[in-house]
Design a protein around this ligand. Structure first.
Ligand SMILES: NC(=O)C1=CN([C@@H]2O[C@H](COP(=O)(O)OP(=O)(O)OC[C@H]3O[C@@H](n4cnc5c(N)ncnc54)[C@H](OP(=O)(O)O)[C@@H]3O)[C@@H](O)[C@H]2O)C=CC1
Ligand SMILES: O=C(O)C1=N[C@H](C(=O)O)C[C@H](O)C1
Length: 269
């Protein structure tokens, strides 16, 4: 049987470039194309790439997944929410599996993804690293053990180019804390503070955000009581940690039953 063929959406982006290279080098997956915005001069053409053995490849790129000849087994998406929605439609039509790393979806877009996962296999995670996915387990445990005397604050820091806030990872960590506390994140989240805020609402899960320079991704979950502070944190040192996770997810999801899977499912955590 031939290797599952993969299309990398946003193939010229910070993540897309790294993921495409890893797929090219993979012995279990085949890179069959990539997407770029319609404004990109390479749309409808090919992009020259070399693998680690220095073999040259011309990879077809289009602005629309539906324009490729043949059906992708898996699409890997690290782009922007509107493009993800267009990929979702084509994946539903072609029954392709989808790995979604893109963050910053509206509630309505999240619902469309949930509905699509009734018909196709989707892995979705705001962070594809082993470290963060392990951290979500630890945060859930800590939140369950520590109880409401410990105020939960989540801080994230990213590079100046990031377009959404709080990060998808911060939201995953918030969901984990809420699950541990058996509350809904929607009810407890405090995303902004300014002026006469009043005292901290009991049970709030607070978020704060830094955007500066080239920070790849830093997250801290703090549990603060009157007498002590516990802090669980993660720092990404290289984007390859996300790219490797995405390629692992692509190999795992190819040919799988419909469903909305997490990186914890992929990693067996
Ligand atoms: N889950 C995870 O582990 C991680 C998730 N991310 C998320 O992935 C996303 C991308 O991040 P990053 O790679 O840093 O961002 P980039 O801006 O570097 O890459 C996104 C790419 O998608 C392209 N793109 C945008 N719209 C379209 C479209 N309509 N059709 C085709 N291509 C399109 C962009 O093109 P152009 O630049 O020309 O607009 C760009 O090349 C973000 O949402 C980020 O939060 C990032 C890292 C890890
Ligand atoms: O935009 C990024 O860069 C990142 N985005 C993801 C997020 O929103 O959490 C994951 C990672 O932290 C890098």
């Amino acid at each position: 049987m031939s290797n599952p063929n993969v299309i990398v959406a946003g193939i010229r982006g910070r993540m897309g470039r790294q993921i495409a290279r890893l797929v090219l080098d993979s012995e279990k997956l085949a890179l069959s194309g990539g997407t770029v915005p319609a404004s990109d001069s390479l749309a409808g053409d090919t992009i020259a790439m070399t693998d680690t053995r220095d073999t040259a490849h011309d990879i077809p790129v289009t602005d629309d997944l539906a324009k490729f000849d043949g059906v992708p087994d898996v699409v890997i998406d690290f782009t922007a929410p509107d493009h993800t929605m267009s990929l979702l439609e084509t994946c539903l039509r072609e029954k392709s599996a989808l790995v979604i790393g893109t963050t910053g979806f509206s509630d309505e877009q999240e619902e469309k993804i949930r509905q699509a996962a009734e018909k196709i296999a989707i892995v979705k995670a705001g962070n594809m690293s082993l470290g963060i996915n392990l951290l979500t387990l630890l945060v859930e445990q800590a939140a369950a053990a520590l109880g409401p005397d410990y105020d939960i604050e989540i801080h994230e820091a990213h590079h100046r180019h990031k377009k959404d806030a709080p990060s998808g990872t911060a939201l995953m960590l918030g969901e984990a804390a809420a699950t541990g506390r058996k509350v809904s994140l929607k009810d407890q989240a405090v995303y902004a503070r300014e002026g006469q805020t009043g005292v901290r609402p009991e049970g709030a899960i607070g978020f704060s955000v830094t955007r500066a320079g080239g920070i790849i991704g830093e997250h801290e979950v703090l549990f603060g009581a009157e007498e002590e502070i516990i802090s669980l944190s993660h720092k990404a040192l290289d984007r390859s940690v996300f790219a490797r996770g995405a390629v692992t997810a692509a190999g795992w999801v190819a040919g799988r039953e419909p469903g909305l899977y997490s990186m914890r499912d992929v990693l067996g955590l």
